[in-house]
Design a protein around this ligand. Structure first.
Ligand code: ATP
Ligand code: MG
Length: 400
């Protein structure tokens, strides 16, 4: 006997009707996409649960994949047996013996198959006695057991599990529509993207690239970050915007202390245009209140004027160390801290305005029309579809 299934728990409770169905179908599909590479593995849906049939595969690599699927709250290894008391007894004993360090246990039987001949109290007793007579030095502790052995007697079969592996929760990617992530090479924007994904958002990404001031490896770094994000969802289309000409125009034509603000406004204008082209309804950024000059309240007010698209800013209230912790957890931190030249770090005004005003910006922008260059930049976008399996042609890592 051995664990032959993984039981998947999801937080369906808060959802009702059509939403619940969409949630479950999407979760099923997302799980299937992540585990289909394992031979003979199947994903099955039953009332309020999903099961992955291991089909002889070792569970660890599959669990590792599932832990990154948003919408899953927890997992347990499970044994499936027929609804037969003798088989259930044997499986419960296996679950206990598999944990040699457990000195106390508790049985928790749940019976959703109401016509099963024994009710759950009786089953707790039968199974508890069976384990006690077939082991030594092990006792029952109903309050604080080393191991809780859960038995679910369901219509189609009985599942025995012990131990719970906590997962990320959230909503299945793809249940909340699409957002365009403004992805720089920094620490913040990949984390912002991940948190949007956690709420069910499917991402596309836009990156403003200013060659020759920003190098090929800065672009590669962004593609690497996008690839890391695909671990938690689907493939991500990365749109690389040729930004050199616009940036040069901004810094040539606009007052130096307002250039940063205007550059951000132009970034939003380009992003919104791309959203229209791609049918995307919102933007996501790594902005955080009060971190740098461009992220003061005044600054956000002025920059935000150019778009009425919703802007998701998942990091708005986070401390930097919280953001870093998430970046480390999701595996983007090491890439983010690689040295690079960002288009924003190259063209840094000497003293950017920390309180830029809308009327001033509008006055400056009325003197020069960026629209033709914005259109040209959009025409020049290079789109690269990044998947979990993407192997990039060139390996730039040794250049760092
Ligand atoms: P990050 O760590 O994400 O780079 P940051 O703390 O450096 O953020 P800023 O440089 O002010 O902050 O950028 C704010 C946000 O603007 C970023 O989080 C990102 O969403 C967006 N952004 C900045 N530069 C670029 C770029 N070159 N391409 C795309 N988006 C960008
Ligand atoms: Mg940055």
């Amino acid at each position: 006997m051995q664990y032959d299934h993984i039981l998947i728990r999801y937080g369906e409770l808060a959802l009702k009707g059509k939403n619940a169905k969409q949630f479950i179908l999407k979760l099923h599909d997302n799980i299937h996409q992540k585990v289909k590479e394992f031979d003979g593995v199947k994903v099955m849906r039953t009332q309020g649960r999903m099961f992955v049939l291991l089909n002889g595969n070792p569970p660890e690599p599959i669990i590792e994949k599932l832990q990154n699927v948003f919408g899953i709250h927890s997992l347990s290894l499970a044994i499936r047996v027929e609804n037969d008391v003798e088989e259930i007894k044997e499986a419960a004993l296996y679950a206990l013996k598999r944990e040699p360090n457990a000195k106390t246990f508790k049985m928790s039987v749940r019976r959703t198959k109401k016509d099963f001949p024994k009710h759950s109290g009786e089953m707790n007793h039968i199974l508890g006695s069976h384990l006690l007579t077939n082991t030594e030095d092990i006792t029952v502790d109903v309050h604080d057991p080393d191991l809780e052995i859960k038995v679910e007697i369901r219509k189609e079969a009985t599942y025995i599990t012990s131990g719970t592996i906590k997962c990320r929760g959230g909503l299945p990617v793809g249940t909340s529509g699409k957002s365009l992530l403004l992805l720089s090479g920094g620490i913040d924007s990949p984390v912002a993207g991940l948190l949007a994904m956690k709420r069910g958002v499917h991402l596309e990404a836009i990156h403003f690239h200013s060659p020759p001031f920003t190098s090929e490896r800065a672009k590669q770094k962004v593609l690497d970050l996008a690839k890391q994000l695909t671990t938690y969802g689907k493939s991500i289309k990365v749109h690389i915007v040729p930004f050199t000409k616009l940036q040069q125009e901004i810094f040539r034509e606009m007052p130096n202390d307002y250039a940063m603000t205007i550059m951000r406004r132009v970034m939003f204008r380009v992003s919104e245009e791309l959203c229209k082209r791609e049918g995307i309804l919102s933007l996501t950024t790594g902005e955080n209140l009060g971190q740098v000059a461009s992220q003061t309240m005044d600054s956000m007010h002025t920059i935000n004027e150019v778009t009425n698209y919703p802007i998701i800013r998942p990091l708005i209230a986070m401390d930097k160390d919280e953001v870093i912790r998430i970046a480390q957890d999701i595996g983007t931190y090491e890439t983010s801290i690689l040295p690079y030249e960002d288009c924003c770090t190259i063209f840094v005004p000497k003293s950017p305005k920390t309180k830029p005003k809308r009327d001033k910006v509008n006055f400056y922008e009325s003197k020069y029309d960026f629209t033709p260059s914005i259109e040209e930049a959009i025409e020049g976008i290079e789109t690269i579809k990044v998947t979990e399996k993407t192997l990039f042609n060139e390996d730039f890592t040794d250049l760092f």
